[in-house]
Design a protein around this ligand. Structure first.
Ligand SMILES: [Zn+2]
Length: 342
């Protein structure tokens, strides 16, 4: 399978992270890339560098105001006397119906959902190349490749049209889906990350042309808390085109695979022309987040099951954090998926 990744994606190296109010090392470490590259290579992927696709495909799902913020906020932040080395918000609007602030501190609160996505001088370029890996994979699929893998890091599925959050800045899965829309009338996004793909849901919430389906640990007691519940079904013309399958904590392979069957029923009923898999590997039993208990062979079965949908597929890397099996889990998924000579 073709895979895409650029070295620039590794430069973003966030330090700050708050977990239940306590300062911890940020889990979205550059070393994830090494493990994932090894995993993709073991699965037989040839990893290629994406081209520079410019701002067009990114601006197709994000607002100009937000992209301008992402590109320039670090430089502006450094001009604030006594400011932190990374951009971290310390104030958020209760509702976003008020004025758009002119100050860097105000804009950080406006555009950043939490403290898990600090912005350094490298973040913008890393996030752009991550998105371009997704664009390249989508273009490969449009050109007739049955499936392609984008090693997207930083990840993307918690990023809304104008809000970063949960280690995510540019929504790579949404970017890939929008690129596929050039050729495909209907695109389905299947998010199998441990966490609900709230940003992806938000971007397509009012649209009937992109179906968003997410399996994840029940947000009633898990990040992202405010989204990912079963009653969120879309709005306006998008009503019925968002489908959430929250799973009990520590659910293992059998429960996950059963939920996947339900997800497939919805996807088949939608009759999409192409599929984006938002591939988080943090549903793994040994992942530091410990929310679900999928095993390494489980990822292989998940990959195999998704391949049976028989759709042109872009696989976009989302979460999955440092543990000995991170690379093996990617190998398992891709090998399972590629079982039918894809
Ligand atoms: Zn996740």
């Amino acid at each position: 399978m073709k895979a895409f990744y650029a070295e620039e994606q590794k430069r973003h190296d966030p330090k700050a992270f708050l977990s239940s109010g306590a300062a911890k090392p940020n889990p979205e470490m550059p070393e994830r890339v090494e493990r994932l590259l090894a995993g993709a290579t073991s699965a037989g992927c040839t990893v290629e560098r994406p081209r520079n696709h410019g701002l067009g495909p990114v601006a197709a799902v994000h607002t100009p105001e937000y992209l301008d913020f992402l590109e320039h906020i670090f430089e502006r932040w450094q001009r604030i006397e006594g400011a932190s080395a990374e951009v971290i918000p310390n104030i958020h609007p209760i509702a976003r119906s008020g004025s758009y602030p002119a100050s860097a501190v105000g804009q950080a609160g406006y555009h950043m959902a939490d403290t898990a996505c600090p912005i350094s001088g490298e973040t913008w370029q890393s996030a752009l190349w991550s998105a371009w890996s997704a664009v390249e994979a989508a273009e490969a699929v449009i050109s007739g490749t049955p499936a392609a893998y984008a090693l997207c890091r930083p990840p993307g599925h918690h990023a809304f049209a104008d809000v970063a959050g949960g280690f995510c800045f540019i929504n790579n899965s949404a970017v890939a889906a929008q690129v596929l829309r050039k050729q495909a009338a209907r695109v389905a996004i299947l998010d199998v990350d441990l966490h609900h793909g709230n940003g992806t849901q938000g971007i397509f919430y009012a649209r009937p042309d992109v179906l968003t389906v997410s399996l994840h640990a029940d947000p009633v007691r898990f990040y992202p808390f405010f989204w990912g519940h079963a009653d969120e079904r879309g709005e306006g013309p998008g009503l019925g085109y968002n489908f959430n399958l929250p799973l009990p904590r520590k659910s293992a392979d059998a429960t996950f695979l059963e939920a996947l069957v339900v997800a497939f029923q919805r996807i088949r009923a939608f009759s999409p022309d192409a599929l984006v898999v938002a591939l988080g590997l943090d549903a793994f039993e040994g992942d530091p987040f410990g929310g679900l208990s999928v095993t390494t062979p489980g990822f292989s079965r998940i990959g195999e099951a998704i391949a049976k949908l028989g759709l042109p597929t872009v696989i976009v890397q989302e979460g999955g954090y440092l543990c000995d099996e991170l690379g093996d889990n990617l190998t398992a998924f891709l090998t399972g998926f590629g079982g039918k000579e894809r």
